[in-house]
Write a protein of this length. Structure first.
Length: 196
């Protein structure tokens, strides 16, 4: 298995509430990452994360925007402990990120949206190759299911219109014909709405 040389956060964005900021700090404590917090007069916070042996650190600046804190960062990490903690944090706190995992012969680019990996692309001298692409299978199946329900309803309305037309052809009373015409108008309107 290829050894990872570095992990590069090309861009990452986290948005946290006040409560989530406290959870964020505890999260890194649980990961055994040293954490220093600086709180500025304007409410902004700077978190300095350092691996246990003091070999590597990363600064996260959270700008206060009303009731939320927003951090936009880019950094390069080499040591596995801090790298893994950052990966887990982006996932756990629903961050968006583009992350390059750099190996000697290639780079794997991960695209995170709302904490989930949506796409993985392998970049090598021979070109780029998509390794993983998220497909919303459940959403697609739901769309197909709804489409089939509409098709079924359209068929039911077609049958109702045909029956009403047969009744209209057999009707001799003007009141009966007017009532059937009214029902036909309702059914054709429903059909128009569904087919649109």
């Amino acid at each position: 298995m290829a050894k990872r040389l570095a992990t590069e956060y090309v861009s990452a964005k986290l948005q946290l509430s006040s409560d989530e900021m406290s959870q964020f700090a505890r999260f890194f404590d649980d990961q055994q990452i040293r954490l220093q917090v600086k709180v500025f007069d304007n409410g902004n916070q700077e978190l300095i994360l350092e691996d246990a042996v003091g070999m590597e650190e990363v600064k996260l600046t959270f700008e206060r925007q009303q009731e939320r804190y927003e951090c936009v960062l880019s950094c390069r990490l080499v040591h596995p402990k801090l790298t893994n903690a950052m990966r887990k944090a982006v996932s756990a706190f629903h961050g968006d990120a583009i992350v390059n995992r750099i190996y000697s012969q290639y780079t794997m680019t991960y695209y995170y949206m709302n904490g989930n990996v949506r796409r993985i692309v392998e970049n090598s001298p021979s070109g780029a190759k998509v390794v993983f692409d998220y497909k919303n299978t459940a959403g697609q199946l739901e769309t197909v299911f709804r489409s089939r329900l509409i098709e079924s309803e359209i068929e039911t309305i077609h049958n109702a219109i045909n029956e009403l037309l047969d009744l209209r052809n057999q009707a001799s009373d003007r009141k009966q014909v007017a009532a059937i015409d009214e029902r036909l108008a309702e059914q054709t309107h429903k059909l128009f709405v569904l087919e649109a």
